[in-house]
Design a protein around this ligand. Structure first.
Ligand code: HAM
Length: 422
C-alpha cells in the first residue's frame, strides 16, 4: 500500500519552497522595520495553555485540538494557534520586566486544527504572526494593523478589505451579553444545538456560527458597538482616526467577533476576494486580559496571524510569485576519466568557496550528457575539461545562453570564472 500524507496536511516540495522563502524574506525584513524580533516556541504545549488561553467555549478548544496524553500521562496539545503559547513563553522568560512594549513575531510556524479540510483550510497549516505586549494605547493596534496592511502592499496585493470591530471589555461586555442572551432566547427553538449550548456560557460565539438559520437570526441581533463603555468607544474612535491618518481604508463590521475568547476591544480581519470562501488571510485583535488570565501581571497585548498558505494562494492567483531560480551558476563538466574528474571536482569546490553555485557530475555521465544535463538544470555557464583542455592546462568556459566559449588558464580559473559570473 502506498502511504499518503494524512488528510489535511501537505508537503512543501522544492518546486514550491522558493516561493515560501521569497515571501518569508520580505516578511522578516518588514518585521525588522517595525521593531519586531522573532521568537520560536514549541509546537506542543500543556493543554491548559489553550483551554485557559483560547477559551473552552470556542470551536478550537471544543472540537479542533489534537490532544493526547504523553508517556508521562500529561495532557499535551499540538498548538492550534500561537498567541496563548507565546504568552506562556513571555511569562516564563519574565519579559514583563524588560522595557515595554515587547514586540515579537513568528514565521511559518506550524499550527494544528482538526478541521474539515478544503481549499485554504488544512489540519496542519503555517502562520506568520506578530504580538506586541505592554502597550494599551490604540496607536499600538494601529501599528499592528498597518504592519499587516503595508506588508500586503509590499507583496503586491491590493484588492483587500480590512474589517474592524470592537468587542468591548470586561466593564461593558457583560451587560451586552445579557442583551444578546435575551435576544437569542426568542429563537431558542431555531438555534442549532451548538449555539443553544453557547447561549448561557458565551452568547458572543453565536455571532460566529456558520449555520444558515443561526446566520439569519444573528443579522438583527444587537451589536457590541451600541454598548461600548466610554473607554472602549474612545479607543475605537482613536483607532479609526489613526487609520484615516495613514490612509488605510476599513469597513466597520459588527459581525467580526473572532473564534477565540481572549479578545478585548479591537478585533479585525483582512479579506482577499481572490481565493474564494477561505479568503480571510489575516485575523487578530487586542487581548488585554490574556496575560493576567495566564497567571501574569496586568499586561495589554495586541497581534494578528496570517495563514501562510492563504497568503501564497492569493499571490499565486495574482501571478506575484517569482519563477523558480536555477540552483546552478556553473556546471563543471569533465571527461569521464580519473584526472579530468579530479580536476573538475577540485574546481567545483573552489568555485563554491568563492560563492559561486557550482555543480559537478556524480552519476558517471559522458561529457556530452553532462553538458545536456547542465542545460536541463538551467545552469548559466559550463566549464568543460576535455582531453585537449587537460593537455593545454586550460578549461573552457561556455556561456549557455549565447553559446560563446573562452579558454581560461587552469591556475587562475577559479578567480576568473567567479569574476565573469558576477
Ligand atoms: P485565527 O483567525 O484563528 O487567529 O487564524 C489566523 C489566520 O490563520 C486565519 O485568518 C487564516 O488565514 C489562517 N488559518 C486559520 N485556520 C486555518 C486552517 N485550518 N488552514 C489554513 N489556514 C488557517 C489566530 O490564530 C490568532 N492567534 C491570531 C492572533 C494573534 N490574534 C492576536 N494575535
Amino acid at each position: 500500500m502506498e502511504i499518503k500524507a494524512p488528510r489535511g496536511t501537505h508537503d512543501i516540495m522544492p518546486d514550491e519552497i522558493q516561493a515560501w522563502q521569497y515571501v518569508e524574506g520580505i516578511i522578516r525584513d518588514h518585521c525588522a522595520h517595525y521593531g519586531y524580533s522573532e521568537a520560536r516556541t514549541p509546537v506542543f504545549e500543556h493543554t491548559e495553555v489553550f483551554s485557559r488561553g483560547v477559551g473552552d467555549t470556542t470551536d478550537i478548544v471544543q472540537k479542533e485540538m489534537y490532544t493526547f496524553n504523553d508517556k508521562g500521562n500529561r495532557s499535551i496539545t499540538l498548538r492550534p494557534e500561537n498567541t496563548a503559547g507565546l504568552v506562556r513563553a513571555f511569562l516564563e522568560h519574565h519579559l514583563q520586566n524588560e522595557p515595554l512594549p515587547i514586540k515579537l513575531y513568528y514565521l511559518s510556524a506550524p499550527m494544528f486544527r482538526y478541521e474539515n479540510p478544503q481549499s485554504g483550510r488544512y489540519r496542519q497549516f503555517y502562520q506568520f504572526g506578530v504580538e506586541a505586549y505592554g502597550a494599551p494605547a490604540p496607536s499600538c493596534d494601529a501599528e499592528v494593523v498597518s504592519l499587516a496592511w503595508t506588508l500586503l502592499q509590499k507583496l503586491g496585493i491590493h484588492d483587500l478589505e480590512l474589517h474592524i470591530n470592537s468587542i468591548g471589555c470586561p466593564k461593558c461586555r457583560p451587560a451586552f451579553q445579557e442583551k444578546l442572551k435575551a435576544y437569542f432566547r426568542q429563537y431558542e427553538g431555531q438555534l442549532c444545538q451548538t449555539c443553544l449550548e453557547r447561549l448561557d456560557r458565551n452568547p458572543l460565539r453565536i455571532i460566529d456560527c456558520k449555520s444558515p438559520v443561526c446566520t439569519d437570526i444573528v443579522r438583527d441581533a444587537p451589536t457590541m458597538l451600541d454598548s461600548l463603555c466610554g473607554e472602549c468607544q474612545s479607543h475605537f474612535d482613536t483607532l479609526k482616526a489613526y487609520f484615516d491618518a495613514m490612509g488605510i481604508a476599513y469597513v466597520v463590521d459588527p459581525m467580526i467577533v473572532r473564534g477565540l475568547d481572549y479578545y478585548t476591544k479591537t478585533v479585525f480581519e483582512i479579506v482577499s476576494k481572490d481565493i474564494g470562501a477561505q479568503g480571510t488571510v489575516c485575523g487578530g485583535g487586542r487581548y488585554d486580559m490574556l496575560v493576567s488570565q495566564m497567571g501574569g501581571p496586568e499586561m495589554a497585548g495586541v497581534g494578528f496571524a496570517f495563514g501562510m498558505e492563504r497568503l501564497l494562494m492569493v499571490m499565486q492567483s495574482l501571478g506575484l510569485l517569482p519563477k523558480r531560480a536555477p540552483l546552478c551558476d556553473v556546471y563543471v563538466a569533465a571527461l569521464p576519466d580519473e584526472a579530468a574528474r579530479m580536476a573538475a571536482f577540485a574546481l567545483c569546490a573552489s568555485l563554491r568557496a568563492q560563492g559561486v553555485k557550482a555543480e559537478v557530475d556524480h552519476v558517471s555521465r559522458s561529457l556530452k550528457a553532462q553538458l545536456k544535463h547542465a542545460g536541463k538544470i538551467g545552469s548559466r555557464a559550463c566549464v568543460i575539461i576535455g582531453a585537449d583542455e587537460l593537455a593545454a592546462g586550460v578549461v573552457k568556459l561556455r556561456d549557455m545562453q549565447r553559446g560563446e566559449e573562452q579558454a581560461i588558464a587552469m591556475e587562475t580559473a577559479t578567480e576568473a570564472i567567479a569574476a565573469i559570473l558576477k
